[in-house]
Design a binder for this molecule. Structure first.
Ligand code: MN
Length: 237
């Protein structure tokens, strides 16, 4: 199986050593690949091959538009939204937090997924994997052929816009084929959760009824920060 940090190597949140002023972590190796600039803003990673390198399977014009326009737009949008969130924090004004959170999810997922997508392809690609990845696929799906059939079927049936994703669940180290409908559905694919709070009604309704905010405030009285710190350490190793 591919090591987790290899799978997510273009995602700055999961690997690194230094804390930047804007709160993101970055290692010196990643600084060289310019995941972020000196101000801590995300930058558009260059394609790891020529625009026409994936011909005839993926055409040059599509690659130019996709990388230079679409992916660049996500990077711009993510930086702009993070700047707006900083202003909101400084002003203590969270009136726009819902739309800004949605924009972080939309642009962040767009940026991180495309960053993985470009690296997932190569003019020397194709064929079948070997080694630990092949073993993991066989264990989880029965065979490479069965994995491929499921991946193609699931991805072809994503409703509307979205992605097909092969993902690793790191606790049991199981692989999943997932559909990401509209990747911005309030998550940022490619990050590692550190602290989560369940706000389904079953988690608080008996005691807090409709006062979800009170429940979330109360939650902070029981947060295990040692656990959160341990998760951060694991994500960054
Ligand atoms: Mn795209």
């Amino acid at each position: 199986m591919t090591k987790r940090r290899d799978f997510l190597k273009t995602v700055p949140a999961v690997a690194g050593a230094a804390l930047l002023a804007n709160g993101s972590f970055i290692s010196s190796a990643e600084a060289k690949t310019k995941v972020v600039n000196a101000q801590g803003e995300y930058v558009l990673p260059p394609l790891p091959y020529a625009y026409n390198a994936l011909e005839p399977f993926i055409d040059e014009q599509t690659m130019r538009l996709h990388h230079d326009k679409h992916h660049a737009g996500y990077v711009r949008g993510l930086n702009a939204t993070l700047a707006k969130l900083k202003k909101a924090r400084d002003a203590g004004d969270y009136s726009q937090v819902q739309i800004l959170s949605d924009k972080v999810a939309f642009n962040g997922s767009g940026h991180f997924l495309h960053s993985i997508f470009w690296q997932n392809m190569s003019p020397k690609g194709g064929g079948e994997p070997g080694g630990k990845l092949a073993k993991a696929i066989n264990m989880n799906f029965g065979s490479f052929a069965k994995f491929k059939a499921q991946f193609i079927a699931a991805t072809s049936k994503v409703e509307g816009s979205g992605w097909g994703i092969l993902a690793c669940e790191p606790d049991a180290k199981k692989l999943f084929v997932l559909q990401a409908e509209k990747h911005q559905n309030l998550t940022v694919w490619g990050v590692t959760p550190l602290l989560v709070v369940d706000v389904w009604e079953h988690a608080y309704y008996l005691k807090y009824q409709n006062r979800r905010g009170d429940y979330v405030k109360a939650f902070f009285n029981v947060v295990n920060w040692d656990d959160v710190a341990q998760r951060l350490k694991m994500a960054m190793k």
